[in-house]
Every structure is written in C-alpha cells, then in structure tokens.
Design a protein around this ligand. Structure first.
Ligand SMILES: *Cc1c(COP(=O)(O)O)cnc(C)c1O
Length: 593
C-alpha cells in the first residue's frame, strides 16, 4: 500500500480515542524518551524517567497535556554481563500492542529527504491518582508502504549515527506537531520541548504561521518568529557544551526539507552548526535549567538568553515502596494527591521508619540473591550506586584507593556495595567502567572479608526502584557540574535512604549536612586538577565522610540515623517531587503572561 492511499483512508477522530480521552489539550510535551513502566522500553535513563514522572504528575493534577515521543520496536537494549565483565547488548523484544493502542490517524511526512513517509501513533493513557488521564502518543514509521530505511527510524532509542539522529528528530519535532493536528488538537497554547531533541517542532510551527504572499514579499518577514516564540517553552538538561545536540548544515541540507532558507535557519539555529539548544532557546518564550546550579551553568553557557530554573522532581506514588506507602497513609494523609504533606513525616515514630526501611532492604537483598547468588546481610551498611554508566558519573570512584576502601570495611562491622547501570552501546568509557567494577569485585572477593560488592545487570525502572529504596546509603559521584539535576537520589530520599554525594545537581539544594545526608567535598572548583587528580581528591573526601560520619552514625548512633531518615523524607521528599515541579512549570512557564 502506498502511503498516500493509507492517508486517504484514515478518518478524523474515531470514537475510540474520543472516548478514552475526551479533551482538548492546551499543552504538548515533547520528549525523545518517555519512561513510564519497566516493560515499556521507551527510555534509556534519567531524561526519559523525568518525562514519564512529569506526565504522571500532569495526569494527577488534571492538566490538559498531551505527551509526544517515538516508539522503539527494539527498545534501548537489554544488558547482560559476560564472564569478563563485558557488557553484552541484546535487542529488547516487545510488542507495543500489549500496552498501547494503535491510533487510526495516519499522516504523511515529507520533510525527510523528500520521501513520503507514513506516520502513525500509538496511544498510552497515563491515568492520574484522581482518575484524570493524559494521553501520550508514540509515533511509529515501521509501517507497510514505507521504505526499509524509514521503517528502521523507530528501531531503537539513540541507535545509529548523526544522520539517523537527525531523521529521528525530524520525525519527533515536525512529525509530532503534524500528528497532533491530525488528532484534531488545534488549541495547544504551549509546546514544551524537553531537551533539544524536539527543537525542530519550531520549524513546523513557523510553517504553520507563515505569512502569505499577500502579506509580505520578503523572506525575512515571511516567518512569524514572535508567534512561534509565544507558543514554545524549552527545558535544557545539558550542563556541558559538548553535550548539546548539533548537526552540520551540510547534513541538514542533505536531509531536511523545509521551505526555510539556509540564511534564515542560520539566524535561529546558530551560525557554524545547527545547534538544537540554540534553536530551542531562540524560539521559546520561557527557558529553564533543571536545578538551581544548572540554571547558573546554563546562563554562563548561553549568556544572551534568559534562563530560569525549575528543579526536577520524581513522581511520588511511582517511587514509594509499599511499607512507606502505608506509613505515609497513616501519618501524612493526602500525600498522593499532594506530596507537600510529606512534611508531616516528621511525626512518624522512629521505630516504624526503621521497620519499613528494613522491609525494603530485605526486598532488595532477595533480588540480589536471586540474580547473583550472593547473600548479603540485612544488618550490614549497604550502599547503592546505580545509574547510566556515563564517564562523568565516575562509577568507579569508590574504588579509587582500593586499599583504603578495604581497610575502612575491615575496621567496621561490614560494608556492602550494590552496583547497576548500562553504558550506551557506543560509549567505550562507560563500558570500561563496568568492566573495571567487575575486576574490582573479583579482587575484593580475594582480599576482603567484610566488604561485599555485587553488580545487578540490566538496570531499568524496576531495579531502580528496588535499589534506591533498598540500600541504606545512596552515593553519587559526578564530575561537577556535569550532573544537571539527577533524580535517583530523590527516589532514595522518599524511602528514607540517605544520600552521600558530590554537591552537584539537585543535591546542592537538598543537602543539609548531617541533617538530610552528607556532602562529598564542598562547592569549590578545582580547575587546576587533572581528571585523575580530581578523582583522587574527591575519593579521599568520600572515604573520610564514610569512615568518620556514615559508618559510626549507622552502627553506633542508630537513633541519629533514623532521625536523619525522617528529616530526609520530611524536608526533601516533600519538595523534590514532580508535583511541585509541574506546579512551577504551570506558574512560571505554561501560563506565563
Ligand atoms: C531514576 C532513574 C535514572 C536517573 O538516575 P540518575 O541517578 O539521576 O541519573 C536512570 N535510570 C533509571 C532506570 C532510573 O530509574
């Protein structure tokens, strides 16, 4: 079937969609990845989970939002670790039809190399705690009639080269806006770009508002930039220049077909390269970073723009373990409706916090035993480190001085470390980190009696849930200021797990030393140090805090420890959640005058 025939067959709104979500969205939230459930492999890490948590809070709060992303038929990837500690990547096999419904609407996209590409959406209904729903549309091109290369555009998340990426971004941004129109959504007042991957949506909005030949002759005034600016909101998540999504204009000219001239494009996308962040910033009425420190960094990187900040949060009902769920129901009623009520966690009796925590810990240790056959001791201080294995996160920092780590453990009642994380298939440094950790595990098995280390393969939402809630201490050791926000430490907090982390991202705001957790080092920067020196320096601070504060508090001052767990929930979980985050988006970004 050729795409044009398929298009003519698609009808307007069918009763299926109308009956599921009978509403007219005013906000469209675009993200290259959206993580909603473990078995919906449409995410790779923090960015996607954040998008999912944000949309869940939108549903809870009853906002008229629609989410837009791409479907990935082979997911991100499923991770196995071989006997040498090497990451092995397998395709994730799943059937979208099990979780999503294929919408009847089809559109033709012509912006990728001028071919007719048929695009159809899968619908996920995100149901909020009060019963309201937010529809999320995952665009698909793996359809009969499309050329093989276009069918492959939705094979995997962040797969392929730069050219592939650009095509995916055209599909998301331009295809996304066109698809929303096909769904009959014409009253959208805000297009929210969650990171630069969707910035090309601005070009479709420009096309929509193009002045006619009766209004202007001149290309410069053809495009109504102000109109587009009034419709868009941009969130940047990238604190380093090298991390921003850029494409060469040569590549762009080869692939992207818009009616916009190169001269005009260069004005809005940056001169040397097509920079998706520049495009997003230029055509948005509001832009923000994702934590206070990240707002500062973003303003330094883009000094000519106004960039606010809204600190990220997590979706509290998703990330709360059952034992704490029950406690919050008892002591912080209404917390699922509004997590600000978690402030009242201060009144939970210490004994009940500890009992709830120990249940979460046993759940994790059961999982560890099932997957690694290692039996960890529930009475031993257990430390978690799980996240995308990107080099800047420095997953091996804790092993920087192996002798010292072993000696700290041997001179204590015991120490257990739980690791997990996937490296991007083309990230050699990230993969090396995983291999190194496995090498350390073997060495520690030989040399230490009281130090145990395990690695759980295939980090995903389920493991994230189990590990963040089931350890005693959550550690994050990024190179500052590379952690824009981070959210896994917030999941820990919600379940009474304390943080010991570098003062970067959200932790700059969340850390009250000795009250909600501990900092590794301070806010000073050390530009004079090489990466190796900085790692040695930060590792030393980590060992000091672990030895002098964390271990004694855990083993000898248990009531102080539990007191801190309570503060962490009350002070931090009541704030670092996606309800508060979405409320701030509403006030600052969505209904901005
Ligand atoms: C929460 C979460 C993340 C984000 O964690 P950070 O430590 O903030 O990078 C990534 N992956 C999974 C599976 C998660 O659950």
């Amino acid at each position: 079937m050729n795409p044009a025939t398929a298009l003519s067959k698609s009808s307007a709104m069918t009763e299926g969609f109308a009956s599921v979500v009978n509403f007219n969205p005013t906000i469209a939230y675009f993200s290259m990845e959206i993580g909603l459930e473990t078995d919906l492999p449409t995410y790779s890490g923090g960015l996607g989970i954040l998008a999912g948590d944000t949309l869940k809070s939108c549903a809870d709060l009853g906002l008229a939002v629609v989410g837009v992303s791409l479907i990935y038929h082979k997911g991100y990837f499923t991770q196995e670790i071989d006997a040498n500690g090497e990451q092995v990547e397998r395709e994730t096999n799943w059937d979208p039809a099990e979780k999503l419904r294929l919408l009847p609407q089809k559109i033709i996209l012509r912006e990728i190399e001028g071919r007719d590409i048929l695009v159809q959406g899968w619908l996920y209904c995100c149901k909020g705690t009060a019963g309201k729903e937010v529809p999320i549309v995952f665009l698909d091109t793996d359809l009969e009639g499309n050329a093989e290369q276009d069918r492959n555009l939705v094979s995997s998340l962040y797969g392929g080269d730069n050219e592939f990426r650009l095509k995916q971004e055209i599909l998301l941004g331009i295809g996304g806006v066109k698809y929303l129109r096909a769904l009959g959504f014409h009253d959208i007042k805000t297009f929210h770009m969650n990171e630069g991957h969707s910035s090309l949506l601005t070009l479709e909005l420009l096309r929509e508002s193009r002045r006619t030949i009766f209004e202007t002759w001149d290309e410069d005034t053809t495009w109504d930039f102000e109109k587009v600016r009034s419709q868009c909101v941009f969130t940047t998540h990238t604190p380093v220049a090298a991390g921003h999504d850029v494409f060469s204009y040569d590549l762009m000219q080869k692939i992207l077909r818009t009616g916009i001239s190169l001269t005009v494009l260069k004005k809005i996308c940056g001169n040397g390269v097509l920079n998706m962040t520049t495009l997003g910033l230029n055509l948005s009425r509001f832009a923000n970073g994702v934590a206070k420190a990240h707002g500062d960094v973003s303003r330094n990187m883009f000094p000519t723009y106004q960039i606010d900040y809204i600190t990220n949060g997590i979706h509290v009902p998703t990330w709360t373990h059952k034992p704490f769920h029950d406690l919050f129901d008892k002591y912080a009623k209404l917390w699922t409706r509004d997590p600000k009520y978690l402030r009242q966690a201060e009144s939970i009796p210490c004994g009940e916090i500890w009992d709830a925590h120990m249940q979460c810990k046993r759940d994790l240790l059961d999982e560890v035993r099932r997957t690694t056959s290692v039996k960890l001791d529930p009475d031993v201080l257990t430390v978690g480190f799980a996240r995308r294995s990107a080099a800047y996160k420095r997953a091996t920092l804790m092993f920087n001085d192996l002798d010292r780590l072993i000696s700290i453990a041997e001179n204590s009642p015991g120490l257990q470390l739980v690791f997990s994380g996937k490296a991007h298939p083309r990230d050699a440094d990230g993969k090396k980190n995983i291999k190194d950790i496995h090498r350390y595990i073997k060495e520690i098995e030989k040399r230490a009696r009281k130090l145990k280390v395990v690695y759980l393969p295939n980090y995903n939402m389920r493991l994230g849930f189990l590990i963040t809630g089931g350890v005693d201490l959550w550690v994050n050791t990024p190179i500052r200021p590379h952690e824009a926000s981070g959210t896994s430490g917030m999941k820990a907090v919600l379940n009474g797990v304390l943080n010991l982390s570098i003062l970067d991202g959200w932790w700059v705001e969340g850390c009250i030393e000795g009250v909600t957790g501990w900092a590794i080092g301070d806010l000073d920067t050390h530009p004079e140090m090489s990466l190796e020196e900085l790692a040695r320096f930060d590792a030393r601070q980590f060992y000091d805090k672990l030895e002098k504060n964390v271990i004694p508090d855990f083993y000898e001052r248990r009531s102080d420890w539990i007191e801190m767990q309570r503060h962490a929930i009350s002070i931090n979980a009541s704030f670092f959640n996606s309800h508060r985050q979405v409320e701030q988006y509403v006030v600052k970004a969505y209904f901005y005058p």
